[in-house]
Design a protein around this ligand. Structure first.
Ligand code: ACM
Ligand code: ZN
Length: 768
């Protein structure tokens, strides 16, 4: 009830105060405004217990921030008419990181159980001050805030292997995390394209592993192989002194740095330095991007005991540098096929009574779990560490969707959620037309904002194992600071609200007003690049009740949508969207958002609709469609919209099962052609059905064969494509149509998913 009341207050005050409403991100648990504002000027002191060194450090931090935006230097503990009071208290309601902030005309008081809460309280005050340097006094609005985080793990991961960012950039990144009350910086320090941390005992890790041939001017996937004799000039690494300095810098800002040392896979750079720790032990290079060279070893050899000694020695130095309880050991995407052909690995499998290479990876992870635990640390790894059995102390970072995290939580293991959708910030956030090149997939600001780290599959008890969430930035395509900022701003601000604020305090429109009202201005004035948002209109077909309706939507607040039905570019003179559009003939719809009488975006959104006899009809499946690939809803196969070659759009997916669909056309119709569209993307485990059976029926119970369509492709054509399975007959009257598409079965020998169920993807049943 109390919370509800506060939400109401936020709404009312936003309207009443306009831009003067504090634009705090993440939104506090509760905030109440008063008219007793506090002025920071020459008559302001900052008070705290002088014995407390941490508070002095924080007071200095506060003074220095104020000095950066005004001409005031705050004295400490002097007699002054007005004070900012930092106070450590003992209040269970505030928890480990919470704070209480009271602002009236004579005092700003921040109270918390420890320095963390004081620091977060200071961040909230900063966001009420001018975003730009001013010569006038600083005004803090009168208010009372009670605030504490929803989750204890509020993180961002940065990959510095694919691109090395210098210490100053890392500090700026940490500053931004701290501004938004994020408290974990997951530092991805090692990977195939570069080893970035000095290890005293193994100097070649950085002398060799930190440098590669320069291909920075070519987009990552298209980079040419290294030629004989090319010098390795591109890269860099952090010395241990630099790391100590950065760790201390982060500590002052409430941020724990979780270092990641990848094992057993993604280790090509380390193996370029020390090839004796791979299965083949053959020399190799640090890869510059592009396809992996033939024969390259990305995984350590777990059959070799010296590998364990090597990695433990590395981890000892890592633990010495990083006080973090959690140490990330990677564990993702291990090329286990090398182990299959390695005598040592096979001997290890036999000796240890392991079933297969999955269990060999688990064996390795278990030994590092024991090692880290014996040093009072905890192991965290990517969700592949579940395969072959999860080590007893392991925490799982769920990146391939949420299923790994759900499984781990159900087993009573701690989990950090970082699913590719929507938390990979290296994916597109808009466009993609007009956007810098990125990995496919669309993670818009609103997708991030709407994310809930606790999946509904979990019971309340299991949900407690979700420590929190983080976003990841991989840097294949990102090689400048400005581009890096663009990718994580403002999505990181949405994340901060997801992991800090109570779910019921989240409000998309209000969030946008706070962004635009203060944070964007702050970025502009301080030279920080950010994305101005997703202006692309979403076009969502809905097929039901015999009709096709199209819904248009935009993430841009205070905007309008204009559209055309003839494929031309919308202008302010085109149709203005005011509700679902009924589509009754085949056509091309284009749509753009507009704000302040200006069309937004690089190109309009565009969708073809192909009208046929099954449009608007219910589709009944015998086997359920996958929740993950469910396109625009249950009747996506009768919405006139064909899929694209991209993975996720407009496709219904069936994992390992056949698609058996029945459609009631509503009345007897004359037909002569039945078509099912299917997708081939073998590398993504999506295989064409070997055949499709079509049947018709007048009553829905007595079925008659219409025909069988075999896979129409030439044998051996395994390129990505959309394939129509069609059977044409002389015209017939029918009311019901049944389509059965056989699943391919399991991935064939030699495929990375060998023996695992394949996906069947279908987009439309066309009845003509
Ligand atoms: C990952 O994205 N390979 C963890
Ligand atoms: Zn081996």
């Amino acid at each position: 009830m109390r919370l509800l009341l506060f939400i109401f207050l936020i709404f009312i005050k936003t309207v009443a105060y306009g831009n003067s409403y504090p634009a705090i991100i993440p939104a506090p648990v509760s905030i109440q405004l008063t008219d007793k504002q506090f002025i920071i000027d020459d008559e302001t002191t900052i008070r705290f217990n002088n014995e407390d060194k941490e508070l002095k450090e924080l007071a200095d931090f506060f003074s220095s921030y104020v000095g950066g935006i005004s001409r005031y230097t705050l004295n400490h503990n002097t007699n002054a008419p007005k004070s900012i009071h930092l106070e450590i208290v003992n209040e269970s309601g505030l928890g480990d990181e919470g704070y209480e902030l009271n602002v009236n005309s004579t005092e700003i008081s921040i109270r918390a159980n420890n320095r963390k809460g004081i620091f977060w309280g200071m961040q909230s005050i900063f966001q009420t001050l001018t975003p730009v340097r001013t010569n006038t006094a600083l005004v803090v609005p009168g208010m009372q805030i009670i605030d504490y985080p929803r989750f204890g793990w509020r993180g961002m991961m940065l990959d510095v292997s694919r691109h090395f960012f210098p210490p100053e950039t890392i500090k700026q990144f940490i500053d931004l995390l701290a501004s938004y009350k994020l408290n974990v910086f997951h530092w991805h320090l090692t990977d195939d394209p570069g080893w970035r941390i000095e290890i005293k005992r193994y100097p070649l890790l950085t002398e060799v592993g930190a440098w590669r041939v320069d291909r920075v001017n070519t987009p990552w996937p298209y980079r040419e192989p290294v030629r004989e004799g090319e010098p390795s000039t591109y890269g860099g690494y952090y010395t241990q002194d630099q790391i100590r300095d950065i760790v201390a810098y982060a500590q002052l800002r409430n941020i724990t740095i979780v270092p990641e040392i990848e094992l057993p896979g993604h280790s090509a750079a380390a193996l370029a330095a020390y090839p004796e720790f791979s299965c083949t032990q053959r020399p190799q290079i640090v890869i510059p991007g592009g396809p992996y060279p033939e024969g390259i070893q990305t995984a350590y050899c777990p059959g070799n005991e010296e590998v364990f000694t090597f990695l433990k020695n590395i981890l000892l130095e890592v633990m010495d540098l990083f006080p973090s309880e959690f140490i990330h050991i990677g564990g993702d995407e291990v090329e286990k096929s090398r182990w299959r052909n390695c005598e040592r690995c096979q001997a290890r499998i036999k000796e240890e009574g392991l079933a297969d290479e999955d269990e060999l990876q688990s064996y390795m992870i278990r030994r590092f779990d024991e090692f880290l635990t014996s040093h009072n640390r905890r192991l965290i790894g990517w969700d592949e560490i579940l395969e072959g059995g999860l080590a007893p102390g392991a925490t799982v970072m769920s990146w391939r969707g949420e299923s790994g995290g759900i499984a781990a939580a159900q087993m009573g293991h701690d989990v950090v959620m970082t699913p590719g959708y929507p938390l990979y910030f290296d994916h597109y956030q808009a466009g993609p037309e007009g956007e810098p090149l990125a990995w496919g997939g669309m993670n818009t600001l609103k997708n991030v904002y709407d994310y809930n780290p606790v999946p509904s599959e979990l019971t309340e008890e299991q949900g407690k194992f979700i420590l929190g969430a983080q976003a990841n930035i991989w840097t294949e395509f990102i090689s400048t600071v400005s581009h890096l900022q663009y990718m994580f701003l403002p999505r990181m601000l949405a994340l901060s609200e997801v992991v800090w604020s109570p779910a019921e305090n989240r409000n998309w429109e209000n969030f946008n007003r706070r962004l635009e009202g203060w944070h964007f201005r702050k970025f502009e004035k301080t030279g920080i690049n950010y994305s101005r948002g997703n202006t692309r209109v979403s076009i969502t077909p809905k097929s039901s009740d015999g009709q096709l309706k199209v819904y248009l939507d935009t993430e841009v607040i205070d905007s309008e949508i204009y559209y055309t039905l003839d494929g031309s570019e919308p202008t302010l003179q085109s149709y203005k969207y005011d509700g679902p559009i009924k589509i009754e003939r085949s056509l091309t719809l284009t749509a753009s958002a507009a704000r302040d009488r200006r069309i937004l975006g690089f190109l309009p959104a565009r969708q073809d609709f192909n009208i046929h006899l099954a449009i608007g009809r219910e589709v009944h499946y015998e086997n359920p469609v996958s929740q993950r690939y469910s396109a625009d809803g249950p009747n996506s196969l009768t919405d006139g919209v064909r899929g694209t070659l991209k993975l996720t759009e407009h496709w219904h997916g069936f994992n390992g099962t056949d698609m058996i669909a029945t459609i009631d056309l509503g009345e007897m119709k004359t037909i002569n052609r039945l078509t099912l569209g299917a997708l081939q993307r073998n590398r993504d485990w999506i295989f064409l059905p070997p055949q499709v059976d079509f049947e018709i029926s007048a009553d829905g119970s007595n079925w008659e064969k219409w025909g069988i369509a075999p896979n129409p492709l030439m044998s051996g054509d395994d390129s990505n494509q959309i394939v129509d399975y069609t059977v044409i007959n002389p015209s017939r009257d029918t009311r019901f149509v049944r389509v059965t598409a056989r699943n391919f079965g399991v991935c064939p020998p030699g495929h990375p998913g060998e023996g695992h169920p394949t996906w069947l993807f279908v987009d439309e049943i066309v009845v003509d």
